[in-house]
Design a protein around this ligand. Structure first.
Ligand code: GLU
Length: 309
């Protein structure tokens, strides 16, 4: 079954909106504390090009960890699988996304996967370009292609707010530099990473990116191949095993689709061969996932029969 109207989605978000009261805004990135915890919006973009939305679907939010999937796709395109997986692993972790614990106990000190902060920083470090500006231009052009909109950009205030306070990520970088997982200037890397996390769009744009992954890397509207299918497959697999932080197992059982969330309250979903989903609901549970967003996905997955398992 497919979603067939905006009213249908409006009704679903009205049902799950009350769950926002059980969540909290993220507090370690100061600029994100100013969001409205009751916001909730959703968009579904079918691979046949039709799309639906509900809530304040034009409201922009920053991607935060959702950007990690996009950067991973870019870096795999630029460097190939072998070079990337020499520096970052493929295994899920039961630890929080910003944990340093496993880096110290694992030998060699290679981050377990590209969805935790350590792994994502190592991936961003592999974006090709002669300097930070060129690397950023490449990443932004790639995002703009995926959304099919050259106006997409980043939120400078959120990027600066994170950069100024990113001491835990700084610590991860210095640790990895010492162990030769990353190289180059750490402040440049953090500057690039915090801009990447602050890339901003609305839930419809995000659903469109999800639809590209759902269609194995093909733009559902233009038919252009934006991501080679084997790379889209790798990204979706990471979304299943580690996309919803250390709640990925429960999410696989209750929802059963590749998805990635971010601490801004965004979630990108990709239902293979069917549709992409973009959600924004900034009230988070203790693991860092949007409370109402996850509830909404549970309901939609049941109604529309999305689980891939
Ligand atoms: N920019 C955030 C950080 O590195 C992203 C975390 C997230 O969304 O999980 O802490």
């Amino acid at each position: 079954m497919e979603c067939i109207s905006n009213q249908e989605l409006e009704q679903l978000i009205d049902e799950v909106r009350p769950y926002s009261q059980y969540g909290k805004l993220v507090d370690y990135i100061p600029a994100l504390k100013e969001e409205n915890s009751e916001d909730l919006s959703v968009s579904i973009f079918h691979v046949n090009g039709t799309f639906f939305y509900a809530g304040d679907y034009l409201k922009k939010f920053t991607l935060q960890s959702i950007s990690k999937v996009i950067t991973l796709a870019l870096v795999l395109i630029q460097n190939g699988e072998e070079a990337v997986f020499e520096r970052v692993g493929m295994e899920p972790t039961g630890d929080p996304f910003n944990s340093i614990a496993k880096l110290e106990t694992l030998k060699p000190a290679k981050p377990l996967n590209p969805m935790i902060n350590a792994g994502a920083l190592a991936v961003t470090n592999m974006i090709q370009g002669k300097d930070v500006d060129e690397k950023w231009d490449r990443l932004l052009s790639f995002v703009r292609e995926l959304v099919n909109d050259d106006q997409v950009s980043y939120n400078e205030r959120v990027a600066k707010s994170e950069y100024d306070t990113a001491n835990l990520n700084r610590a991860l970088c210095y640790f990895m530099k010492q162990h030769e997982v990353i190289e180059g200037n750490i402040e440049d890397l953090l500057f690039l990473y915090t801009k990447q996390c602050a890339i901003e769009m609305n839930c419809s744009d995000l659903a469109r990116i999800g639809a590209v992954f759902a269609a194995n890397g093909v733009d559902p509207v233009t038919g252009r191949v934006l991501i080679p299918s084997h790379i889209a497959r790798i990204c979706k697999t990471f979304m299943v095993t580690c996309g919803m932080y250390n709640a990925s197992g429960e999410f696989a059982i209750k929802v059963g689709i590749p998805a990635k969330s971010g601490v801004s309250g965004g979630i990108m979903g990709a239902v293979p061969h069917k549709c992409g989903i973009g959600i924004f609901g900034p009230a988070l549970d203790e693991k860092g996932n949007s409370v109402a967003g996850v509830k909404l996905l549970e309901k939609m997955s049941q109604i529309y029969g999305w689980s891939i398992f």
